[in-house]
Ligand binder design. Structure first.
Ligand code: ZN
Length: 334
């Protein structure tokens, strides 16, 4: 299917979902609103009506002031948004900044510490949102049964607030499902089904979940994420993708890969904010450079390997701004 057709189809699906969502919201609001006593709710009801009217007229998503398209991540996060960032009043801008700072604090509280030690493993992470919040997902979880530490690493499609909201949903879903002590393929399948059921059609994420055994055993499921690298003295060994991204298709099956890591080997995970970072000329950092840098520092502790990669990226960018959220994780067998 040509890209424009796919875009139009997705847009139609989205418009449809947004209309349903707004109609439901309107019904619920109308049931509780007693206009003289709840002026705020009445105002909200009016803005829902206005969004429905704009959907019907086909100009939903256009800025009410300048008529340019409103940022799509803001629309996905809140279908009632009617003014683009450039046309906000100073008070509206301050309110938005305050909301974003709150969101960033919530997101920071979901992260594991920058470095943790778990029976025989050292785990380090770097987490750098492009803006205030990130659509990347990084987690370390101890399952209730004590059967090996779980790490999770992923990248929600899109950027900004909408991606960050899906990220926190993914975090909550996975944390609840891990308590059920499911085999890894089933954990991925349930995450997929629940994410699909609870977000809009365009929300999906690449996701790696791995179980680290005390004896160096590694079981890993990779839903469409960039292949993680096992870094050792002779170079790097990429671990293949074993399934599709989560939240994209119903009833998909996930495979896992079982391998073993030797003492001194490091499992390196990264988002495309590293491998696809473009320099001023438009050429990308590239997965090869990621592998080469990591291999040169195969003996380094997990945080040191990530710091080296981060420095190499800065040297490569030589002042060009980053264009995506950036996350890295190094899992070293001690
Ligand atoms: Zn505008």
């Amino acid at each position: 299917m040509p890209a424009t057709e796919i875009l139009n189809r997705d847009r139609q699906i989205n418009d449809h979902l947004i209309r349903d969502h707004l109609v439901q919201r309107r019904q619920r609001l109308a049931a509780v609103v007693d206009p003289p006593r709840h002026p705020d709710l009445t105002r909200l009801l009016l803005s829902v009506d206005s969004a429905l009217e704009r959907l019907a007229q086909g100009d939903w998503g256009a800025c009410a002031v300048c008529h340019e398209p409103v940022e799509s991540d803001r629309l996905l996060a809140d279908p009632l948004v009617s003014v683009c960032l450039g046309c906000l009043t100073p008070e509206q801008r301050r309110a938005l900044e305050h909301d974003l700072e709150t969101a960033a604090r919530i997101q920071a509280a979901l992260l594991p510490p920058p470095r943790v030690e778990r029976s025989g493993w050292e785990i380090a992470r770097v987490y750098e949102p492009l803006g205030t919040v990130s659509g990347d997902y990084v987690d370390v979880v101890e399952p209730a049964d004590g059967e090996g530490t779980l790490i999770a690493f992923g990248d929600v499609a899109g950027k900004g607030v909408a991606a960050a909201m899906v990220m926190s949903q993914l975090h909550a879903l996975l944390r609840s499902l891990i308590r059920l002590e499911l085999p890894l393929p089933e954990l991925m399948e349930r995450t997929n089904a629940l994410l699909l059921a609870s977000t809009t059609a365009s929300s999906y994420a690449t996701l790696v979940v791995a179980r680290l055994g005390d004896d160096g055993a590694l079981e890993i499921a990779n839903g469409g994420h960039l292949p993680p690298l096992v870094v050792h003295a002779e170079g790097v060994r990429p671990l293949p993708i074993t399934g599709v991204p989560v939240g994209l298709l119903p009833e998909v099956r996930f495979q896992t890969l079982e391998t073993r890591m030797e003492p001194g080997e490091t499992l390196l995970l990264f988002t495309d904010g590293l491998s696809e970072a473009p320099d001023a000329a438009g050429s990308e950092f590239g997965p090869r450079r990621v592998g080469a840098t990591a291999a040169r520092h195969h003996g380094a502790a997990a945080p040191a390997m990530l710091a080296t990669l981060r420095n190499d990226l800065d040297a490569f960018l030589s002042g060009s701004p980053r264009v995506d959220d950036l996350s890295l994780m190094a899992v070293r067998r001690r």
